[in-house]
Design a protein around this ligand. Structure first.
Ligand SMILES: CC(C)(COP(=O)(O)OP(=O)(O)OC[C@H]1O[C@@H](n2cnc3c(N)ncnc32)[C@H](O)[C@@H]1OP(=O)(O)O)[C@@H](O)C(=O)NCCC(=O)NCCS
Length: 314
């Protein structure tokens, strides 16, 4: 196969195609579920009717004219790439960021990969004696992410396509209000966009995790919960009341000293999570909540938000 030609046809850098080829090699890839059963699976994965209709429209049928040989190659190798790291817990890109405006096959290529991987990871969950309800709640983050991406006029997907490989490899579990991410000696916390995070809901989720990990991953030993987020920026205390959910969440953590994170712009991340747009100019962003007003005023004053990390003992 000519990788340069494949990259050109996919509209992506050749280094990205080489990476997929290198990591996936000729390993086997799991098949997609049968098309007839797909609508029910999409519903279980909380994919909205709009998004499900697009996914069905672009389905990679053997004779679909939407699926060029390059797209079929990338889908197959991307599944193999993620599958090869089943049980892994680092961030992993499943492949290049695609020109998604070219159509539904391009737009949802990694969703098809995720559907194939759903079969793989639910087997992995069963081997770890994880309840079906936890599996499906966890995997349904794809529906939530597709909906957010739609709200974001599709600006959100490049990060999501890597984020969702954590779920697809058994690294992340949604237990109550929070997502808990295995690996190392700390369980890393993520906060899905699912309404307010009350201290009670956070405490209940932490308690669930304290029981879940020793039971389902007895070989792993966790001594702390950790988090890296814009939510831990102490500058938020200048704007939000001490009894707000965000400040009360912050109070649980011992922060690490501030370091400029590599390859991550906290101002962009704050815009992502607070406004769900990356491209709207500051003066056109809505000011309808306390936090939204704070974010805009802070940036307009020439200041910046910080991505902070912290932890607390289990
Ligand atoms: C984390 C999150 C659940 C906190 O929301 P919360 O529990 O309502 O937080 P607080 O009680 O501290 O909110 C204080 C104020 O900020 C507002 N606010 C909080 N998060 C907001 C958000 N993401 N967008 C807009 N306004 C927000 C609240 O509405 C409230 O303002 P109001 O009194 O004018 O209504 C929410 O920000 C969210 O869903 N974020 C998206 C996911 C995310 O950021 N994850 C972390 C990724 S690193």
């Amino acid at each position: 196969m000519d990788l340069e030609d494949t990259a050109a046809r996919l509209g992506v850098p050749v280094s990205e195609v080489e990476r997929v080829q290198r990591l996936a090699g000729d390993r086997p890839s799991a098949p997609l579920p049968a098309k007839a059963g797909a609508p029910a699976i999409l519903e279980r994965l909380a994919v909205s009717p709009d998004d499900a209709a697009e996914v069905m429209e672009g389905w990679p049928d053997a004779d679909s004219p939407l699926w060029t040989p390059e797209l079929r190659w990338l889908l197959d190798r991307s599944i193999a790439l993620v599958q090869a790291d089943l049980g892994g817990h680092q961030w992993l890109s499943p492949g290049p960021e695609l020109p998604r405006e070219r159509g539904p096959a391009w737009r949802h290529l990694y969703v098809y990969a995720y559907l194939a991987l759903t079969g793989v990871v639910t087997r992995y969950h069963r081997e770890h004696d994880i309840a079906d309800a936890v599996s499906w709640t966890t995997l349904a983050d794809i529906g939530r992410n597709l909906a957010v991406d739609r709200r974001m006029q599709r600006e959100g997907w490049p990060v999501m396509q890597s984020w969702l490989t954590l779920h697809a490899r058994g690294a992340v579990y949604e237990l109550g209000r929070l997502q808990h991410h295995r690996g190392g000696t700390a369980i890393s916390l993520h906060i899905p966009d699912s309404g307010p995070m009350t201290p009670e809901a956070v405490t209940a989720s932490l308690d669930e995790a304290r029981a879940f990990f020793p039971r389902h991953f007895p070989g792993e030993h966790y001594t702390a919960f950790s988090c890296g987020s814009w939510l831990l920026d102490p500058q938020l205390q200048e704007y939000l009341p001490a009894d707000s959910n965000i400040i009360r969440f912050q109070q649980r953590f011992e922060l690490e000293p501030y370091e400029e994170p590599e390859g991550l712009d906290a101002d962009v991340e704050v815009r992502r999570f607070v406004f769900r747009t990356l491209s709207t100019p500051l003066d056109r962003l809505p000011r309808d909540t306390l936090l939204r007003r704070a974010v805009v005023d802070h940036l307009r004053a020439g200041r910046h938000w910080h991505w902070r990390s912290g932890q607390f003992p289990i």
